[in-house]
Design a binder for this molecule. Sequence first.
Ligand code: 9GP
Length: 799
Amino acid sequence: MSLTKSQFKQNFKRRLKDDLALDIDEASYFDMYKVLAGMVKSAYNQNWHHTWRSYDQQHKKQLYYFSIEFLPGRMLQSNLFNMGWLEIVKDGMKELGVDFEKVVEQENDMALGNGGLGRLASSFMDALASDGYAGNGNGIRYKYGLFKQKFIDGYQVELPNNWLNEGNVWEERRETHSVLVRFGGQVYLQPKNGQLKPVYEGSQLVKAVPYDTGMVGYENGVVNTLRLWDAEIPEDEESKYRTIDDLRRVEDLTSVLYPDDSTEDGRRMRIRQEYFFVSAGLQSILNHYLEKYDQPLTKLDQYVAVHINDTHPSMAIAELMRLLMDEHGLGWEDAWQVTVNVMSYTNHTIMAEAMERWDINMMQQEVPRILQIIQEIDRRFVLSLEGKYDQNFINRTRIIANNQVHMAHLAIIGSHSINGVAKLHTELLKKEVLHDFYRLYPERFNNKTNGVTLRRWMAIDNPRLAAILDQEIGSDWRKNPLELEKLLKYRSNNKVLDQLIAAKQANKRDLAKFIKQQTGIEVSSKAIFDVQIKRLHAYKRQLLNLLRIVKLYQDLKANPNADIYPRVFIFGAKAAPSYQYAKAVIKCINEVANLVNNDPDIHDKLKVVFLENYNVSLADRIIPAADVSEQISLASKEASGTSNMKLMANGALTVATMDGANIEIHDYVGDDNIFTFGLSSQEVYRYYADNSYHASEYYENDPVIHRVVDAFVDGTIPNISMEGREIFESLVQYNGDQFFVLRDFESYLKAQDKVDQAYRNPKHWAQMSLINTANAGHFSSDLTIDRYVDDVWKLTPNK
Ligand code: 9GP
């Protein structure tokens, strides 16, 4: 896919004419985006074709990564980069007098995810292709994806994210690969040719149509496939869709990500969505396998691996059993063996509310045959334990209990590999959360610490940093991330440190400009840019950060000359629409921002900026400019975190609890290059065991905490009478403060004081920052993928 600058300019102008009948001075930025993306796609299409043909010809084992979320973000720049075209196009555009950034900004984020889970799935897509493995994605083509967040009077308001409005240049509708997915009705079993076969009555078929997007590998000619499914009414079933409700139930299948699960309708829709993409994905895998590989289904596990990303796709286990038995005539034992060998599962959280359990009646109504199969898996599981384990153990581990289907249990029992996403998380799974299962299947448990696409977060998003790296250590770090360690040699090199300082300053100026444009808030790039970007959740403790901001505000009001190094607090976070508490925190942050930013006593010492609609393209802008990375979840609660990795790679220093992957970051950079604080996970578990944490005691006995928490109800922070009260009460009750915010507050203040002091010595700060960047290679998703490939999926690289 080689291209020279003059070829690019010529082709670009010609395509503008051929496709849109426009000269360059007549074209809008959106026209240019469409034409450029079209050029990129036609250029990689040949490789795409060649890649899947070669997998088929070589009968390569293929991985299918099933995920309810994918978050590729904008794809134009990353595709250009992976094809080796980015610099040529940037230069060419400049010579054509076109502002390339404006072209890039025309692309709507492909925002089919909520946070770390979806972004991880997309970084795995990039790494699989870049490492040359046959790995594909399988998910849902949501029409609206995750909502668009707006702040109105400081409140989060959710708007539909109509990302497909202007079309999606990257996708390809593959009508001929459509399959039918069956919902509802009654099912009973009838003997047929010596086997029991299901007979369906009153069920409805939905047509699943795949839309494929090429996943371009980094400079290696590999293009894998992300397959996202849309739901339509099948042509010859139209007569069965008579009511508006019927129509809507099909449309809604692919409307939004995470329908509100606080209502029965929402939960029902989630079950339908999960079954829809799982069934469609597995049918298309089997169709392809039988047609192109022409091998018996008993050998499926030699050629196919299916990965269950979090519990949402767990029904894949029952669905593969159904397909193998009902559609292809395998007996239970053969089907089960193949299924367990094909399936593997990653757990991404220990938060109980995220471990899905579905009401058995609802499953009976929506997916009756799947429920039958799950009941049989459960019956056999219980049978296998009887006599060996006591009844309590059996009740704790079985799939169906108290009229609920425990989806994580299904995933564990039906997979050959179960992994957590950071060392601590995997240990907690083994010792606490999934301990019973660890006793049953110790050999299935393994750790795979997450990783991030360093090429995107460093080379594309932070060209200033990348230029310094390329000049000092060469550019191989893009392919071999551990090369970044070579940077350590320059930790005392003043020239390099000065360059790093200058690059960060320039990135901060860019972000300051963007903040001004978006919010009207003026921030100084000389201040510390202190960043917390992640989903809004009580366990992530944005509130801890906010309490400290309130304390600093109170300190400055009491003494306007207090020696506080100027700081800009930057937040980006969405709260789930039905999560009232998280929304209350958003409102409070916004009101504190109003208060602090407009108080003349504060001068420029504190600024608080909450950027709306946090998504991948906003992260692309914020991360290169961060000085401080807030990773302050209660120890044990954050499975891994991935913003911690992106931020350290870009030289931000982490303020960290010993949680998730923070622990591994700490191990690599060493005590002196990270600011740790707070309870350890063992201490948290000890508190749970003896029930001895009483938040009210901290409120009563610590005057600083008292004063700060009172600010939420005494009028110090205006316009938060309801939300302030909610937060106040959650904190000060005897057994309140579920996430130990007050317990960790003092220790957090001390860590932040160290940050304040350390930043005053720019050279030393730059050294610490360099050490973080140099160690970031360990958190590359390329390496994480290598470990999945070797231990779990057993793939071989493409030649
Ligand atoms: O909360 C975890 C986060 O810690 C992790 O980094 C990410 C990717 O593994 O998954 C998140 N989990 C979820 O979004 C839901 O389980």
